[in-house]
Design a protein around this ligand. Sequence first.
Ligand SMILES: [Zn+2]
Ligand SMILES: [Zn+2]
Length: 347
Amino acid sequence: MDIPRTMLVSKAYDFDKFCLEEMETPLPGPREALVKVHTLGVCTGDVTPWYVHKKCPTVLGHEPAGEIAALGAEVTHLKVGDRVYFHHHAPCGTCHYCRHGNYSMCETWRKAKLIPGGAAQYCLVPENNLYKDTWVLPDSMSYDDATLIEPVACAVRAFRRARMTPGDTVAVMGLGVMGQMMVILAKYYGAKCVVGSDKVPFRLEKAKSFGLDRAVDFTKESFPKAVFEATEGRGADIVMVCPTNAAAMLEGIECAGRASRVLMFMGPQPGTPMTVDMNKIYFDEIDLISSYSSGPRESREAMWLINEGYCTSKQLVTHRFPLSQMQDAVELTRKAGDSLKVLIDIP
Ligand SMILES: [Zn+2]
Ligand SMILES: [Zn+2]
């Protein structure tokens, strides 16, 4: 494959300032790979102002899919032309956290990144990412579907963290693309009843098409009340809280039944306080948990699920933009209206 000396990237100077720029194409070291990126998914994290602001200037994008354009001389398990999924974080595999399966707590995992990022024509996959969390796609899987592996993996891990058991009742707060995936997966894992809330009719209808048992417009009725009605007065066994603020978490706790798990799915801004009734948490044995990202185990599970028809691009992708319009893609995603997953086509 001919690698051009320079490539196009979409560089973010702030959460609302993206510029199409040219930069030098990185070259892979002996145990690295260069991937030609074909498609990129826009993540909810990419559109969260405080989160993007602290990283700028940067090339965003951690949901890319593409094919191997060049390989270091020592890499023998992959070949040029392989269509791949590659995770932007990868664990060391040997530290205390890795030995306990908590890959996203690993220092190596946290420091890892793709170079320069997914919003680029080419992406360098460092050695550890290449060997620990890069997977050749099934022939039947499109690049569009492959961009969903990372977000689906995060949802898979959330259900693992929430100790999902068949027969559980699940409440999902926020039916953006992650909430939709949670509805699909809750059904797949054998949920007895799934109740979801949002204020956008398009999102409520979409979730119903994925089997949501009760769709609640939270501007019109109380979500906790609807959850108790739908669960024979017990409350939910699992509450997935997608919006990242204390009010949402507190409403999640209100939806929780006895012996339940309330899961915070998105990272709140540093310094965000929350006041809860400890009495309820204790006597109802409510586990307050979080789930941050995903690791190699979930990548493979997600790839399998998508390939089997769960959480596919056909179900979840609503819009696509060229790389030159990254800013439009980010703004549309941030609006959280009649859109779900937005993809970027990379030339
Ligand atoms: Zn993501
Ligand atoms: Zn580790």
